[in-house]
Design a binder for this molecule. Structure first.
Ligand code: NAD
Ligand code: MG
Length: 393
């Protein structure tokens, strides 16, 4: 029986994780659930899964949850704040930690789970984008296991040789082909992009996801973050990663070898597949996913991404190539810009403009410690907010 903490249990990945786990009560026991403010959903989850701990980052929500659980789940201990997250990410009887908090807020507990030598199921790509080498070193030094949950990286993991820590050349790998759906604005006329609303941006053609990653998919910053994520996870550089737009989202990514073989992983666009893979690895378990019907799909298309339409792709590549804290700066500026866009205080096409301005003006440093990374993250957020208010003036 494996003990599990789900960080971000009320989100899209969190809910899918609990769905897979409830199909395998003989294998997995939920030890802790966490959320930011959604005390109604976590209350239901607590009643169903009876964890030892439930963490609400927001103090008032924690108090409300405690009241609500008094009768129906009195054995659940309710904790609050970031301290609560760190505690449940490192509990002795927790074997696996699902890192499914969105954004930089997930960095500290995810890093602590790695420090504690857990199996880290990594959905929270922003944590790795921010901390890169520090995170990978922490995993290695503490003999943690890192399993990518992002569907593309999970696909690549499945197509790579078993031990890929020695660099591509020795393994006969030529490149990674990272697939992207192209999001909801793949064919929208360029002159209409600036008027796109949060609702339009969040209406993804293939995947149902949280609002932040949905906007990231619309700008393709999501794919940019994934290029960075892939560099760290698979010990490679941006030049070995090619982004391929594949609107059907059936091939989740591919690995090309020097003998001409190209290995791909296919499946219906349903996050329960990579989640089940990460939980059971190296075995396989039922994920509750509908079987792939190739005759139903009939056709698979591939197109080159257009960098004029999707400038965020270029910005992410450039940040990774610049190195140091540049990726953390990119991520921070993006988080602020997306939030402002979601609150209708920034136009869709200005998201990339803000990020570019922040990258040009905030000095990056060697990412030697968590403090340096968090300092540059803060400087980038401040600069992004000033840039956005200048745009509005
Ligand atoms: P979501 O918005 O649906 O859920 C986010 C979760 O994080 C919620 O449980 C929320 O309570 C929690 N949270 C939000 N802010 C927090 C804070 N400040 N402190 C603590 N907890 C906080 O997001 P999602 O779509 O489930 O995505 C989660 C992560 O997984 C993201 O990093 C995303 O990029 C990644 N991911 C998601 C998908 C997907 O299909 N949804 C696919 C690949 C990767
Ligand atoms: Mg992805």
């Amino acid at each position: 029986m494996k003990g599990i903490t789900v960080l971000g249990s009320t989100g899209s990945i969190g809910v899918n994780t609990l769905d897979v786990i409830s199909r395998h009560a003989d294998k997995y026991k939920i030890k802790a659930l966490t959320a930011n403010t959604n005390d109604d959903l976590i209350r239901e989850q607590c009643i169903k899964h009876q964890p030892e701990f439930a963490v609400m980052v927001d103090e008032d929500s924690a108090l409300r949850l405690e009241q609500k659980l008094k009768d129906q789940a009195p054995d659940v201990t309710v904790l609050s704040g970031v301290d609560g997250l760190l505690r449940v990410a490192t509990l002795v009887d927790v074997d696996y930690v699902m890192a499914a908090i969105v954004g930089a807020a997930g960095l500290l507990p995810t890093l602590d789970a790695a420090k504690a030598g857990k199996r880290v199921l990594l959905a929270n790509k922003e944590a790795l984008v921010m901390s890169g080498k520090l995170f990978m070193d922490t995993v290695q030094e503490n003999k943690a296991e890192l399993l990518p949950i992002d569907s593309e990286h999970n696909a690549i993991f499945q197509c790579m040789p078993v031990d890929f820590s020695h660099g591509f050349e020795e393994l006969g790998v030529k490149k990674i082909l990272l697939t992207a759906s192209g999001g909801p604005f793949r064919t929208t006329p360029l002159e209409q992009l600036s008027a796109m609303t949060p609702e339009q941006a969040c209406a993804h053609p293939n995947w149902e996801m949280g609002r932040k990653i949905s906007v990231d998919s619309a700008t393709m910053m999501n794919k940019g973050l994934e290029v960075i994520e892939a560099c760290w996870l698979f010990h490679t550089q941006t030049e070995f990663i090619q982004v391929v737009i594949h609107p059907q989202s059936v091939i989740h990514s591919l690995v090309e070898y020097n003998d001409g073989s190209v290995l791909a992983q296919l499946g219906n666009p349903d996050m329960r597949t990579p989640i089940a893979y990460g939980l059971a690895w190296p075995e396989r378990i039922d994920a509750g996913v509908e079987r792939l019907d190739l005759f139903d799909i009939a056709q698979l298309d591939f197109v080159k991404p257009d960098e004029q339409r999707f400038p965020c792709l270029r910005l992410a590549r450039e940040a990774m190539e610049q190195g140091g804290t540049s990726s953390a700066i990119l991520n921070a500026a993006n988080e602020i810009a997306v939030n402002e866009f979601l609150h209708k205080r920034l136009r869709f096409t200005d998201i990339a403009r803000v990020i570019e301005t922040v990258l040009e003006n905030v000095t990056h440093n060697a990412a030697t410690s968590l403090d340096v990374i968090l300092n540059d993250d803060k400087a980038a957020r401040d600069y992004a907010l000033v840039t956005i208010s200048d745009l509005a003036a």
